[in-house]
Design a binder for this molecule. Structure first.
Ligand code: GLN
Length: 539
């Protein structure tokens, strides 16, 4: 089932097995026909995560990176669209010598070829492959078929783990194992026999339910792992180990357990718990993708939220993140005044018109009142627009993404991008993935990174228009990070004399923050928020 926590489960399995001294490789399979996640609305599918290579993929890949503390290569992501496109293109190029190209075996073999390519490249001891979707649905059947063949060919090297949800219906009050029993039977009918069940539920699984499930699904009780809801996802590896999951997996894989070292992780989780009594930092996250029907989504900004958590844990401060709906700040001046309650305001990335005037109002408030501000991608572009409008007096300044006819296009397309849009060529054509940037000495960014050259991940089409650089700089805006050729503005900031912390990045620092290695800019932002909190207390 989607949203049940398969991604975090795979990440946590990765963490506990690497803590046993093995080299891990984590792969994700998404059954949809999109070739990558780049064209998908985040409301539909959560955050689009970007790898160093520039591949736009599922947010689970972000969890893999955060839990393993390593970058994941693009070979570790696969969609039905990617696989089918490859096979169909190959067929069109006579790549199958006139054969009839059926899904089985051509699609299943292509899936297996991709799995092998990823595992070969990684040189890992163990690969964990996450198959998205739900057992029994049409979409992922071919991937499960490929998995069956994999086990058939290497019976001693492959094990199946089922992640399943056990509901506790409100009125009944009892945890139900039946849906999981049926999921197991469905997999059995595909020729796949799970050897481990991760039992996701609101509460821990009791012995009675373990035994019931074991009896119905042919899985010994010791291989059924209780995975109750947790407040903090970083606790999950530790919870798994309470049920001895790494021992179970290594036993089934016939691998001799090595050392056991989750020390750094335990310390991290303990630190996150210990700070509870201190005064929290209140951060306002200004977005537009929060609501779907009656439900509030936070997945869309997952990496931003995690990055804030990593930095807060490092500073030993509790954190309260509030979702501020950009649309609420467009007209309502009283609403804007409430922003002074925050110790920091963050405007993350985004696309399109909706909510941007509200975001610009929030940025104006932050700039004028000294509330620490961090703008990410669109957030930085909007900060440049706000500055051009208010400080440079170019009241109609805009991005050509919204107003192609604007008199002052302070944010504009680079020439190479104009061609893409003219040809309706939207998929994977943004400026994507890791690019280097040079930092200016004596700036906030340079001090935060402690390095003169950095590499960060991008996902945008528009840039600060070089025609307005001189004017922005004359008026106090500092471009502290630039592409090595000096053409592209990567970081914008105000001098500490003018504002305690006002900084924006054209790239997405949130894709590189890790729980054990928080991102320097998020750390700097929260340090400034800490100062703000002190100030608020005095007032
Ligand atoms: N919409 C902007 C662009 O395409 C910003 C993108 C983003 O925030 N990721 O340049």
């Amino acid at each position: 089932m989607s949203g049940v926590g398969k991604g975090v489960t795979v990440s946590s399995i990765g963490k506990i097995l690497s803590a046993r001294g093995f080299k891990l490789n984590l792969m994700k399979i998404d059954p949809y026909l999109n070739v990558d996640a780049g064209t998908m609305n985040p409301i539909e599918h959560g955050e689009v995560f970007v790898l160093d290579s520039g591949l736009e993929c599922d947010q689970d890949m972000g969890n893999y990176e955060r839990f393993l503390g390593a970058s994941v290569p693009p070979e570790n992501y696969m969609t039905s669209g990617m696989v089918y496109k490859y096979v169909i293109d190959k067929e069109r190029a006579l790549g199958y010598d006139g054969k009839c190209v059926d899904p089985v075996p051509y699609i299943s073999e292509e899936i297996l070829r991709r799995i092998k390519r990823s595992t070969d490249r990684s040189q890992a001891d163990i690969s964990v492959i996450e198959i998205g979707g739900t057992a029994g649905e049409y979409q992922n059947t071919i991937f499960i078929e490929a998995a069956r063949i994999l086990k058939l060919r290497s019976p001693d090297d492959v094990i199946f783990v089922l992640v399943s949800y056990l509901p506790i219906p409100n009125k009944v009050g009892e945890m139900k194992t039946k849906p999981t029993q049926y999921a197991v039977r469905t997999l059995n009918s595909y020729g796949v026999h799970p050897e481990v069940i991760i039992a996701r539920s609101e509460r821990p699984l009791d012995l009675k339910r373990k035994e019931k499930l074991a009896f119905a699904s042919n899985v010994p009780p010791a291989n059924i792992i209780s995975a109750p809801d947790v407040e903090n996802i970083y606790e999950i590896p530790l919870n798994f180990e309470k049920d001895g999951l790494s021992d179970t997996l290594l036993r089934l894989l016939k691998l001799r357990p090595r050392r056991h070292d989750l020390k750094d992780w335990r310390a991290l989780v303990a630190r996150m718990h210990a700070v509870k009594d201190k005064e929290p930092l209140r951060i306002g996250l200004v977005g537009k993708y929060f609501r779907t029907g009656d439900f509030v989504l936070s997945d869309v900004y997952l990496s931003v939220i995690e990055s804030l958590k990593h930095a807060a844990a490092a500073l030993a401060r509790p954190l309260v993140i509030e979702w501020l709906n950009a649309l609420d700040y467009e007209e309502n001046e009283d609403q804007i005044k409430t922003l002074s309650a925050y110790h920091g305001l963050l405007v993350p990335g985004g696309f399109g018109t909706r909510g941007i005037e509200g975001k610009i109002k929030v940025i104006k408030f932050a700039r004028e009142t000294g509330v620490p501000f961090l703008g990410l991608c669109y957030g930085m572009q909007l900060a440049v627009i706000e500055y051009a409008r208010q400080v440079l007096g170019l009241t109609e300044a805009h991005t050509t993404e919204i107003n192609p006819e604007t008199k002052y296009p302070v944010i504009d397309l680079m020439p190479e991008q104009k061609k893409n849009l003219k040809n309706n060529n939207y998929g994977a054509t943004m400026r994507l993935g890791a690019y280097p940037a040079k930092l200016l000495n004596g700036t906030i960014a340079r001090a935060a990174y402690g390095a003169a050259q950095i590499s960060e991940r991008h996902r945008h089409r528009y840039e600060v228009n070089p025609a307005y650089l001189a004017k922005l700089e004359e008026n106090g805006m500092i471009f502290s990070g630039r592409s090595p050729d000096g053409r592209l503005m990567e970081i914008m900031e105000m001098s500490p004399a003018a504002h305690p912390f006002f900084l924006g990045t054209q790239f997405h620092p949130e894709f590189k923050s890790r729980p054990l290695a928080p991102h320097p800019l998020f750390l700097a932002f929260l340090r400034a928020a800490t100062e703000r909190a002190k100030l608020c207390r005095i007032v």
